[in-house]
Design a protein around this ligand. Structure first.
Ligand SMILES: Nc1ncnc2c1ncn2[C@@H]1O[C@H](COP(=O)(O)OP(=O)(O)OP(=O)(O)O)[C@@H](O)[C@H]1O
Length: 312
């Protein structure tokens, strides 16, 4: 069953600017789905439509089978929302803020429990919101989004402003929620975050989806890299032509779509030449490379990016 279905969705702002230009994707129940894209690609504009905060100018959205805008009452209590900027009353403490939200939420988790999940229980709970660090505010945002045990959780850049440890804690939390069956849609600028968390993802550019699939599918089109240092006493032209290596100083790089085969040829050559390949490093294409490839493409046409795979 799909928890979220998006079909030819469009969003125009008052000035006529089209921020979302007909995107389609679906998120299965219990899945973590990531929306990626450079600044201004249209991620937040999309997420706000899924949250029912605005009416689409075209196409449709279904969350748990309902239109989140026109059937808000049917959806709202089953979803949790973490916006980019939570609007808190800055004089209240963390615990007071959470209790206030719990009071407006049916079936809320105990406040202590939810604050404990994000590391804001105990003495941190008595700190006024205005005194929290940026990262702690993000964690309070997350706590409030989880308060009502939502079936679908929207997280807009959940780890922006968090330090490395806070980011990893949030990832653990999201994985835990997924294991409990929560559907999570998140936006992020961190490719590592998408790689760590997302079952599937979509990359947006200029209001369109230009690549989508599992992280492995999206990266599959990227060439792998082999790097090493040219052995002392070996001239560049002794490297096998077929490997099409590029050499800068002593640094050698080979880009290949058949990593295992190319590596075998290289190691065979090194064996025959009786040389050691210092600093040898072989790695598959990464989501980051796929993303940069797509973000850099300036053709403006959907469906032509190199890393495109089957649309969700
Ligand atoms: N209220 C608005 N009125 C007019 N244009 C807007 C409005 N809100 C956003 N935009 C424009 O729509 C485009 C998409 O913005 P959006 O915030 O959805 O991007 P994003 O992918 O979430 O970016 P970021 O990563 O910076 O959060 C941008 O060009 C932005 O300037």
């Amino acid at each position: 069953m799909n928890a979220i279905e998006v079909d030819e969705l469009k969003r125009s702002y008052a000035e006529g600017f089209e921020a979302v230009r007909g995107i389609s994707f679906s998120v299965r129940a219990g899945e973590v789905f990531a929306l990626l894209g450079v600044n201004g690609a249209g991620k937040t504009s999309t997420v706000e439509l899924l949250e029912g905060l605005a009416r689409p100018s075209g196409g449709s959205v279904r969350v748990l089978g309902h239109d989140p805008y026109s059937e808000r009452a049917a959806v709202r209590h089953r979803t949790g929302v973490m916006l980019q900027e939570g609007g808190f009353a800055s004089e209240l403490t963390v615990a007071e803020t959470a209790r206030m939200w719990a009071g407006c939420t049916s079936g809320a988790r105990p406040v202590e429990e939810v604050l404990g999940l994000v590391g804001l229980a105990g003495r941190r709970a008595d700190v006024r919101v205005k005194q929290l660090s940026g990262g702690e505010r993000r964690r309070l945002d997350l706590a409030l989004a989880m308060l009502g045990r939502p079936e679908v959780l929207f997280l807009d850049e959940p780890t922006t402003g968090l330090d490395a440890e806070g980011r990893r804690d949030t990832w653990e939390l999201v994985r835990g929620l997924r294991d409990e069956g929560t559907t999570v849609l998140l936006t992020t600028h961190y490719l590592e975050e998408a790689e760590e968390l997302a079952d599937r993802l979509a990359i947006m550019r200029d209001g369109r989806i230009v690549a989508s699939g599992t992280p492995a599918e999206v990266t599959a089109a990227q060439p792998a890299h082999i790097r090493f240092l040219l052995p002392a006493g070996v001239e560049e032209d002794r490297l096998p032509q077929a490997l099409r290596a590029t050499v800068e100083g002593r640094r050698v790089e080979i880009r290949t779509t058949t990593l295992q085969e190319t590596l075998r040829e290289l190691l065979q050559w090194a064996h025959e030449q009786n040389v050691t390949l210092e600093a040898l490093d072989a790695r598959s294409g990464s989501l980051e490379e796929a993303f940069l490839d797509i973000a850099r493409a300036d053709d403006g046409e959907p469906g032509t990016a190199k890393a495109e795979v089957a649309h969700a």
